[in-house]
Design a protein around this ligand. Structure first.
Ligand code: GLU
Length: 424
């Protein structure tokens, strides 16, 4: 009886198509809860908003904004907001759905949500960015709130943008509501450790996976795609653990150094140049050559759909750590599994960010703030415990870590769904 959605046309490799395939693969492991599985294929609520702003030169520009609440069975919606020229409703639907799975995988009391604005933030002045952020926040204000749906940073959004969102929501509602967004500046109710939390989670899950593979991190060669908040923080931690970051790629270029980059030099270059391109401590290479690099650990930490079937055949790494959301398409997943490449999937690998977002939200409510050490100890404990449970599930059914993560998470989501029941 259930119809597929009329307004999206997913393909095998598109974000929503990828997510639907991942859900189909988990059905055999859901037991009696399989009855509810269509819930996961039908986002609860989707808002498309027009975001008109006055540009600095006096023109009026319109941007398309989205906020999707995929599933709210386990608690308020939670998930980031991205500013990118390729944002579409279909992409935001998939990103929201992956948040539902991720939040349940680490057992946070949240549903899944995501937002975005289709824009190129590099072409906007700071004032234009502020006006766009504020108008967008005002437009989605009818569905967000500290107990309803809590945005956070994602691609091209940062603590300053969260401060504007918090302020706009607070001005509209008449009182300061720090808990409406996470990833805020620390002096506005943000949490210590939040900025580096996603990269830290990638490292912690990667370290556990390496241990199980008998892969020594000391001397391990690491390649990182995307050198923003997630990729750079993870690269630094692997470097501190004795690894060598041999390749890096972002929108500014692709670089290689078989001996490993000097990380302090590379970080300084990225800060001043805005990306890895042009770094003197390595050789430039063609973008496509990045996928052929001889390495032990590959960290896609950019956008979706990067590991295609064709690239999956060429990847030399033994371990893939998905810092990005949705970087691997299903056909590539199968090829990596056949080739014995272990993939720690996004929905657990990059869950460190939202875990510390949860800590931030709790701290805002209690107005009692924790030390960075307390944050990191709690983060590591949650990530290691969640990964262990997923690994046990994978071993029990002989399935990939991705399907096992979906099995653990979807069981939690659908149990909540079934216990709450249908209304009316
Ligand atoms: N945007 C991040 C993610 O994809 C963090 C979301 C959050 O902290 O709510 O997981």
């Amino acid at each position: 009886m259930t119809q597929s959605l009329s307004f999206v046309h997913p393909t095998a490799d598109s974000p929503w198509g990828t997510y639907l395939m991942q859900v189909d693969r988990v059905v055999p492991y859901l037991g009696h809860l399989a009855r509810w599985v269509e819930t996961l294929k039908h986002p609860k609520r989707m808002l498309i908003v027009d975001v008109p702003i006055e540009m600095d030169d006096g023109r009026v520009a319109h941007f398309e904004g989205f906020r999707v609440q995929h599933n709210l069975s386990r608690g308020p919606g939670k998930g980031g907001v991205r500013f990118h020229p390729d944002v579409t409703l279909e992409e935001v639907m998939a990103l929201a759905a992956w948040m539902s799975v991720k939040n349940a995988a680490v057992n946070l009391p949240f549903g899944g949500a995501k937002g975005g604005i289709r824009c190129d933030p590099k072409l906007l002045s700071n004032k234009e960015l502020e006006r766009m952020t504020r108008r967008y926040t005002s437009e989605i204000g009818i569905i967000i709130g500290p107990q309803r749906d809590i945005p956070a940073p994602d691609v091209n959004t940062n603590p300053q943008i969260m401060a504007w969102m918090m302020d706009t929501y607070s001005m509209n509602t008449g009182s300061t509501a720090t808990g409406v967004v996470t990833g805020k500046p620390v002096d506005l109710g943000g949490s210590l450790g939040r900025v580096k939390a996603t990269g830290r989670g990638v490292f912690v899950t990667g370290r556990e996976a390496a241990r199980r593979l008998n892969l020594d991190l000391n001397g391990a060669r690491v390649a990182v795609q995307g050198f923003g908040n997630v990729g750079a923080a993870a690269a630094e931690l692997f470097n501190q653990a004795g690894g060598k970051v041999v390749a890096a790629q972002d929108h500014t270029g692709s670089i290689f150094n078989g001996h490993g980059f000097d990380m302090a030099d590379l970080m300084a270059h990225v800060k001043s140049a805005g990306g890895v391109g042009g770094f003197k401590g390595g050789e430039a290479m063609k973008a496509e050559e990045f996928w052929d690099v001889d390495c032990d650990i590959l960290i896609p930490a950019a956008l979706e759909g990067q590991i295609t079937a064709e690239r999956a055949r060429r990847i030399k790494a033994k371990l893939v750590l998905e810092g990005a959301n949705g970087p691997t398409v299903p056909s590539a997943d199968d090829i990596l599994a056949e080739r014995g490449v272990l993939v720690v999937p996004d929905v657990i690998c990059n869950a460190g960010g939202v875990t510390v977002s949860y800590f931030e939200w709790v701290q805002d409510f209690s107005s009692f703030f924790w030390t960075e050490d307390e944050i990191n100890v709690r983060l590591d404990k949650i990530m290691i415990g969640a990964l262990k449970r997923i690994w046990d599930t994978a071993d029990r059914h002989t399935i990939t870590l991705r399907t096992a993560t979906f099995a653990v998470a979807c069981e939690r989501i659908l149990t909540a769904r079934a216990e709450r029941g249908l209304y009316p």
